[in-house]
Every structure is written in C-alpha cells, then in structure tokens.
Ligand binder design. Structure first.
Ligand SMILES: *[C@@H]1O[C@H](CO)[C@@H](O)[C@H](O)[C@H]1NC(C)=O
Ligand SMILES: *[C@@H]1O[C@H](CO)[C@@H](O)[C@H](O)[C@H]1NC(C)=O
Ligand SMILES: *[C@@H]1O[C@H](CO)[C@@H](O)[C@H](O)[C@H]1NC(C)=O
Ligand SMILES: *[C@@H]1O[C@H](CO)[C@@H](O)[C@H](O)[C@H]1NC(C)=O
Ligand SMILES: [Zn+2]
Length: 942
C-alpha cells in the first residue's frame, strides 16, 4: 500500500491527506511498555496478584507520575546462587552479590523483596565492609530499605545478601508444580515473574527499566535437570548427590524476564537455518507432543531475524510446557514457559482451532524476544507496547508461515472484535493507561492492551504500508537495543522513515479511551442514480447506545483513516474533524475497507441496501463480510439497527463458504440464541428458522465425517457449525443418535486410539449430556478427565461440556470442581467448569452466580496468592451471564459489600456489560414479536 502525498482527495475538506511533513512532537507522552500472554481458549487473559493485601500507606509521591525505587543506586549485575530440591523441600536458599553503581551520595539503599527471610546483609565498598544500621521492611510495598550510619560515597559497591524463601503453589515467583513421571508423582520448581514477582525469588530492583546482567548458578540434586535463560557454562558434581550448574551471563535485561526450571524433563530439539538451538522441554513421556510447536518456533525465529534485521540475541531458545501455569505463556528471554495446552499437541488429532492457537502463542512469545526483551517498555503504563505489538506480530508471522489459514480474517473476528467489545464500555480505559503502582498493572493485561493495541498497530501498518512499517521497526530495534522506550520512540522511528506525521493521530487512538463510529448518511442522490453526496460524521461508540455527555463542550475526536474501497484508491485520507462531505461514485462503497482500523461504520438504510445487494452478488471480500456482520450486531445491541435489518443481513449470508465468515456468523447466531433462550417467547421461531434452515444446510454441505484430503479450514468450519447445531438443535433426533454412537465408540476404544476429532469433542459431549437419560455419560466423562495419559486439550473439552448435564446436582458438582479437592481441577483450569455451567443455558447462568455467592470463601482461599486475573475470569463467567437489570444491580451490590482489590475495573466492566445485555434483551423481546418477523425468518429456510 502507498500513502497519499499529493493526490487530491475526492472529498472536500476537512479531510487531511497524509502529508510528508514533520509535525510538532507533542509533549507529555510520559509512557512506556511491557508483556505476557494469557488466554485460555475463548481467548481470555489470566495473570497474578494478591487478593487480600491491605492497601498500604502511599509513600510521599515524587514528581514522577509513578512510584519507583530511588534512582541514585543502580544495579549493574546480580551474581545469584540458589540451592533447591523441589522433590524434598519447598524452601530454597539464596545468596546474591549485587554490583551497584551509587551515582549520588546516599545513606540508604532501597530494593524489592517479598516473603524472603534476609539472613545476612553486607555492603562492600572499596576496602570497607559495612553492615546496615537498620533494615526496614515494608510488606505492603514489598520493599526493603537499608540504612547505613554514614553516607555511601558515589562509585561502585557490592551488596551481598544471604536469604531463604518458600516455594508456593500459586503459580507466581519461584513455585512448585506436580506432574506424573515414570516413577509416580513428582514436583518441579519453575518461575513466573511478570509483572512483579522476581522479588519473590531474589532481592532486586524489580522494575522494567532497571536492566542488569544476571549470572545464575544453582545447586540441585544430580538427577534433576535445571534450565534458565542462558545455556550452562559449567556443571560440577558435588558431594551428597548434588550438582552445581552455572549458567552463562545473560545480556542486560529486566528482572521480570529472568527464569528457572528444575525437574525431570524430556526434550526434543531442532536448529534454525542459522544454527540457533531450539528445544521443547516437557514432563516425562510427552516430548513427541512438542514437534508441531518446535517446527513453528524454528521457522518463526528465522522469520523474525529477517523481519527485524537483528539476529536472535541469545545462544539458545528453550520452550517448556508446564503442568501448572497462570498465564497462557511467558516470554522469559531464552526460556519461554507455556501452559501444556498451548504448546503440546498430537499433530494428527489436534483440533484446528487449537493448532492455530499453539502457532500464535509461539509466534507471540518469540516476537517478544525482540520486542519486549531486547527493547523494553520504560514503565508498566506502556504495557500495550509489548502486548499490542506482539498481538499484531503473532498474526503477521502465522500468516507468513501458514498462508492457508487466512489468519487475518480470524484476527478481525477474534482479536479486533474483542477490542471493540471491551472498549465500547464506559468502564474501559485508554491503551496508554496511567499505572501509579506496579501492582495496578495486573488488571491491565486485558483486551485493551493486547487486542486494541494490536489493532492500532495493524492500522499503522495499513496507513504506512508494509515496507515503511518494517523499516521503522528495524530502526527502533537497532536504536534502542538493550534499552527502554515509550510509545513516542516508536512513533518517531516510523515518522523518521516515512516523513509522515503520526504523533497526533496515534495519540487520538492510544491516549483516548474508546473508539469512534463513523456514520455515513446520504444527503443527495444524483438523478442519474449511483453517485450521491454523503455526509460523514464521527462519534464515540458506546455499547449500550447512550450518547456522550457534553463535557464542557469537549467531544472526543479521533483521526480516522477512512480507507474507502473497493477500487484501488490510494488516498489514505485521515478524517480529523467531527464531520465531512464525500462524493460517492457509482457502485458500492465501504469505509474501513479490509477492516484495517478498529472502528465501526454505520450506514443509513439506503446505503445498507446497496451493501446488502453487493453482498448477495458476491462482490464483498471475506474481511469486509466479517466487518459488516459484526458491526451490524453491535448496532443492533445499541438499538441503532432494527432486529429485522440484522436478520435480513444475516439471511444474505445463506450459503456462505468462508470459514472465518462462519466464525463471525457464529458470533451473531450465538448472541441471538442466547437472547432467545432468555426471552422464551421468541425462542422456537428463531431456533426453528435458523437451526432447521441455515445450519442444517451448512452441516449437510460440510458433512459430519472428515474426508482425507480436506483443508484445515474445512475441518474448522465443520467444528463451528456443529457447535452451533449443538446450541440450536441439541435434541434433534438424528444428531443425538449420531453423537451417541460416536461418543460410545470413542469411550470404548482401546489403547487410547482417539476416534473422535478434538475439534468436535465439546459439541458431541454436550449433545450426549443433553440427551442422557442416566448419569452414566456424565460419570464416564469425569472418570476420563482424571486419567493422566490423555492430552490436556481433551480434559478441557470435558470440563467445559460437563456444564451441559441436565440435572442441577450434576451441574453443582461440576462447579465444585473449581474449588479444588480430590476431584477438582488444577488451579490454572479453574475457569473451565464455571464457563461450562454459566454458558449452558439460562438455568446454568443463574446457578453459576448462586454458586459463586455460596462458595465465595473457598474460591477466594484457593486463589489467594495467585494472579488476580484468574479470579477476574471466574467472576466474569459467574456473574456476567444473566442479561437482566436486577441481576446487574445484585452483582454490583454484592461486590460493594465484598470488594476485590485489584479487580475494581473488571467488576465494573462485568456490571456494565450485563446492563447493556439487559437493555438489548428488552428490545429483542419487543422486536421479535409480530407477523413481520415470522415472514423474515422464512428467509432462513431452504
Ligand atoms: C556510574 O554512574 C555514573 C553517573 O551516572 C556514570 O558516569 C558511570 O559511568 C557509572 N558507572 C558504571 C560502571 O556504570
Ligand atoms: C543467517 O545469517 C546470515 C549472516 O549473518 C544473514 O545474512 C541471514 O539473513 C540469516 N538468515 C536468517 C534466516 O536469519
Ligand atoms: C444519519 O442518519 C441517522 C439515522 O439513519 C441519524 O440518526 C443521524 O443523526 C444522521 N446523522 C447526521 C449527521 O445527520
Ligand atoms: C497421535 O494420535 C494417533 C491416533 O490416536 C496415534 O496413533 C499416535 O501415536 C499419536 N502420536 C503421538 C505423538 O502421540
Ligand atoms: Zn505477550
């Protein structure tokens, strides 16, 4: 793509064509960046924090907008020795020598530590050896201050600390996890530090801009393997069956990227074209499941070296599949740690969605090896720089490695639409969000930082064109290697290579909460037909259709790339005023062509007519078919588009072939089904029309059995359609019989020969449970999930399906799996049973909330110490599924009475979402009555 420089826009001002002009850099972008990836299947994010910490007193705030450690003491290098034996003890011992540069005279040194017992502390400076006169611990701030009797003079010093720590089970800091080995259950130790848990393993300056060299050595039982960011430099056998492993020095890096794992691992390995060693490490017996991820990693690493023009900065890359992990994966430099389900699979049976997910998680994490690890955000308020960029880059890389997946279409259905959903709430937040205390960052690992961030990056790529975009990135990598940056550093690299002003445009997207709807109204049609005069206007898009209040005359305004299409226009016009005129030529016109930017477009009804026509004529490409559908759903929720028009549009997709357009249809049809099931009056009319019409046709076309030569996308389409059938017509006789047959064949297969494609498992299980006359299938599934020799993905399908059991007591048993105990799920999987029940049907939605209220204490106790985002997901699932105003009030009141520190914003989002759904629900009920609607629904039938 090119960017317009001279070509005249066809529109009258106030559009601004992008000029090759420098624009003044605006002051006041005090922001920076960081990372890690969550996401469990429906792509939700998970992280870690304390639930019950009392809010400590704030120290007096400095001039800075956030609270950081004093700057006069600079850590340069950590020589760290750890002694641990995770199979026998949960404690570990540490000894660290921190090389410091004291840049100004001071008599105190402040650093971070949490739950460490500091046993001896000595400071060496020149020939002196000093003991602190006083050691002050601030548990709330997780800081320790050493006060010395005399002032320390500027220059180098070494701080030596011996200490002891405890390994918990809460998937944060240095923690333990259990796995099945050939000799029974064993325990491994591993780390998860982002954002602020390195301080649980060692005293350190635990802030992203305090980069230093880490030189780690560990003493462990000789039979265990130890891996860290760097390869081992030496191994020494010690007495009493111990071994010391000393790793090479890391490059200068942030503390949150340090990593260690100690256990009994199997490995497989490969080399990139240029000789970098890549390994996949698994628990015993699982290495063969790592081949797919390994091959993706080898190819992705080479792709990135070429794309960034910077070689992979480390000698090796390890990827470890951990049995207990809070996030989806974490990009520790040189030792990326994943949830098993996001790294391992059997390439022959894995479902397509899972395979795509593994590929994108791997490409996401590997992109951080450069973007995030080599160049790091200055502070957590720039988290989006890490995550938004990786969210874009993961897709770009997968598109290159697997062009047959058309992943950008999936990006628009999944990632971009999650950004637009969350960001349409008043309780959303700007991409660049002030983070005063590091603890506040956990809540910001959300769809705004990841998906809106990624969508904004995609917009820049669209506006600048691929080549300039990449050139700017290369410049950024080279200029800021081993350093820290904020958003403006990235914008200026792009400005520098392109000569285009980006600062003002970008800040309208990243500093301002929300996004616009572009409204397109026809003001005059020419007599000859076709061409017409349009009025474009922009407004803040709010999910519930409410309007922005006038705040002292200040209306939000975005600089919107209009991206008109189709028709090879090279006018990349930016609309920066509230309104502008547009001359429309013959034929159909769509703005945001290719869904390149994160905004919605609402056409008036005459224009909708011409778009629908173009759709029926097959003139609209898949990306735009997706965009039109998802926008229409959002407008219907707002009450700006009548239900009749939405259904009319949906019926224009009859016979749709594209898998990803089906994915978008599935969004719409699932929403309609959910509304209809709560509004019983219109239920059967809709389910009949859609289920027996559109869906049955589609299933017939794709067939229930796979054929040998079919593509991944065809397989994926079958999974999508079966999922909708399981939702719309779970009691359909033929379907129920087919499902039962396949279920029994799968259950009774010998030697784990898996006869049921992973893609179809959840749907088949749900249909079987819905039609079951006894408890037998439910019990069989639960037993199956307890086996240790099955892939984790199968276990998760079962957890989710168990919520479809008919009887309330079985559903309650399912929910209680989340509270742990012998038949419970691992802490990391706590959300799956809750999701299964709350999304099963209206009864399930109510039950999940009642369960949460009843079991609040045990849920909280279980999640205490774990990343707060896990609890956030549980609350969202348990509290957010009933579209009813009274329910919203109840949830709000409940959390006012039982506040959850660190989740205030997430809870406000749940409540706002429920209120929005409730309003939609009322309109839906009204509009679905009546004869006209019956006529319309006929449009879905054959
Ligand atoms: C220590 O800090 C001073 C002042 O910032 C600087 O000039 C010096 O180069 C630093 N020394 C080291 C070893 O980093
Ligand atoms: C391999 O290394 C050479 C020389 O450093 C470089 O030119 C080339 O781009 C690299 N290839 C890849 C795939 O990274
Ligand atoms: C455009 O039309 C819609 C209704 O179709 C209306 O609500 C809106 O106010 C119009 N916008 C302008 C700027 O006239
Ligand atoms: C993958 O699954 C197939 C079919 O169940 C099985 O034959 C094969 O051994 C499995 N491969 C691995 C690596 O587990
Ligand atoms: Zn990430």
């Amino acid at each position: 793509m090119r960017f317009a420089t001279r070509s005249r826009p066809r529109a009258a001002p106030p559009a601004r064509p992008l000029r090759r002009a420098r624009e003044q850099r605006r002051a006041g972008y005090g922001v920076l960046l960081l990372c890690f990836l969550f996401a469990w299947p429906p792509a939700t994010v998970v992280d870690e924090v304390e639930l019950d910490s009392l809010e400590p007193e704030l120290p007096v705030a400095g001039p800075s907008s956030h609270e950081t450690l004093p700057e006069e003491v600079v850590p340069l290098r950590y020589d760290l020795q750890l002694t641990l034996d995770p199979e026998r003890s949960t404690t570990f011992e540490g000894h660290v020598s921190i090389h410091l540069n004291i840049t100004r005279e001071t008599s105190s040194i402040m650093f971070n530590a949490r739950n460490l017992v500091l046993e001896s502390i000595v400071l060496f400076q020149a020939i002196e050896q000093l003991q602190p006169a006083e050691v002050l611990k601030d548990a709330g701030w997780e800081r320790v201050t050493l006060h010395f009797r005399e002032a320390l003079s500027p220059g180098n010093a070494v701080l030596q600390i011996s200490y002891a720590g405890e390994m918990g089970k809460d998937m944060a800091g240095l923690y333990t996890s259990r796995y099945k080995s050939r000799r029974g259950w064993k325990t491994l130790a591993l780390t998860q530090f982002e954002a602020i848990d390195a301080r649980r393993m060692l005293p350190c300056w635990d802030e992203p801009s305090r980069k230093a060299v880490f030189a780690l050595s560990v003493v462990v039982p000789a039979e265990l393997m130890a891996v860290s960011n760097m390869p081992a430099a030496s191994e020494t056998t010690l007495e009493r069956g111990k071994r010391r492993i000393t790793f090479l020095d890391t490059p200068r890096m942030s503390s949150y990227l340090l990593a260690l794992a100690v256990g009994r691992f199997d490995t497989i390995q490969a080399q990139t074209v240029n000789g970098t060693l890549i390994r996949v490490l698994t628990m015993p017996g699982q290495a063969a499941q790592g081949t797919f991820a390994l091959s993706v990693a080898a190819r992705a690493l080479s792709y990135y070296e070429e794309y960034f023009g910077v070689p992979f900065p480390l000698p090796k890359l390890d990827m470890l599949a951990a049995p207990d992990f809070a996030a989806g994966a974490m990009e520790n430099w040189g030792l990326v740690i994943y949830r098993e389900v996001d790294l391992l699979c059997n390439e022959t049976t894995v479902g397509v969605a899972r395979k795509v997910r593994i590929a994108t998680v791997v490409t996401h994490e590997l992109s951080h090896m450069w973007f995030g690890n080599l160049v790091t955000m200055e502070w957590w308020d720039q988290l989006w720089l890490n995550e938004g960029f990786a969210n874009w880059m993961q897709t770009q890389a997968v598109d290159v490695l697997f062009p047959e997946w058309h992943i950008w279409e999936q990006y628009v259905v999944e990632e971009q639409s999650r950004a637009l959903q969350l960001d349409a709430l008043r309780s959303s937040h700007p991409v660049e969000v002030p983070i005063r205390r590091a603890k506040e960052v956990d809540e910001v690992f959300d769809a705004i930082s990841y998906c809106k961030g990624g969508s904004v990056v995609r917009m820049v790529n669209g506006v600048l064109g691929k080549e300039l975009f990449r050139k700017g990135l290369g410049l950024y990598m080279r200029r800021f290697a081993y350093r820290n940056t904020d958003s403006t550093d990235l914008w200026s690299c792009w400005e520098e290579v392109s000569g285009m002003p980006l600062m003002a445009m970008m800040s309208s997207w990243t500093k301002q909460q929300g996004f616009p709807v572009l409204m397109v109204n026809e003001t005059k049609t020419s007599r000859t037909g076709g061409s017409s005069r349009l009025l474009l206007s922009q407004r803040w898009f709010l999910a519930d259709g409410s309007e922005e209040p006038e705040e002292g005359n200040h209306k939000k305004l975005w600089q919107i790339p209009l991206l008109p299409g189709p028709g090879g226009t090279d006018d990349h016009l930016i609309m920066e005023s509230p309104e502008m005129r547009w001359e429309k030529k013959d034929g159909f016109l769509k703005f945001n062509f290719g869904q390149v930017a994160p905004y919605r477009v609402l056409y008036d009804s005459s224009l909708y007519g011409s778009l629908s026509q173009a759709l029926r004529n097959g003139q609209v490409n898949a990306l735009d078919r997706i965009g039109l559908l998802l926008d229409a759903l959002a407008f219907a929720k707002q009450g700006k588009l009548p239900m009749a028009q939405l259904l009319g549009l949906v019926s224009a997709y009859k016979g749709e072939k594209s898998t990803h357009v089906w994915q978008a249809l599935s969004e719409v049809l699932s929403t309609l089904h959910r509304m209809a099931s709560f509004a019983e009056s219109s239920f059967s009319a809709l389910t009949d029309a859609v289920g027996n019409g559109m869906l049955r046709d589609a299933l017939q076309e794709v067939g229930i059995a796979a054929s040998a030569k079919e593509t991944d996308l065809t397989r994926h389409k079958r999974a999508l359609i079966l999922r909708l059938m399981a939702m719309y017509l779970p009691k359909d006789k033929a379907l129920a019989e087919e499902a039962k047959l396949r279920f029994e064949r799968w259950l009774n297969a010998q030697d784990l020969q898996d006869t049921l494609p992973d893609d179809l498992k959840t749907s088949i299980f749900k249909i079987v449970l819905t039609n079951a006359e006894t408890d037998a299938p439910y019990n069989a599934l639960r037993r199956y999930a307890r086996r240790t020799d099955i892939p984790q993905a199968v276990r998760l399908s079962i957890y989710t399906a168990l919520g479809s059991a008919k009887r309330k007591d079985l559903r309650m048993k399912t929910l209680d799996m989340a509270t742990g105990g012998r038949s419970g799920v691992r802490l990391q999987d706590i959300m799956y049973p809750v999701q299964g029940v709350s999304q099963a049907d209206p009864d399930g939605a109510q039950l999940a909330w009642r369960w949460f209220i009843q079991r609040r204490r045990s849920i909280m106790a279980r999640l205490k110490g774990a990343n707060v985002r896990l609890l956030g997901v549980v609350i969202q699932l348990a509290a957010g599924a009933v579209p009813d105003k009274a329910h919203a009030n109840a949830v709000e009141a409940f959390f006012q009475q039982h506040p959850v520190p660190g989740l205030e914003r997430s809870i406000a989002q749940v409540v706002e979402n429920v209120r929005t759904d409730a309003k939609f629900m009322m309109r839906f009920e009204d509009e679905m009555q009546g004869e006209e609607m019956k006529e319309l629904l006929k449009g879905f039938e054959l």
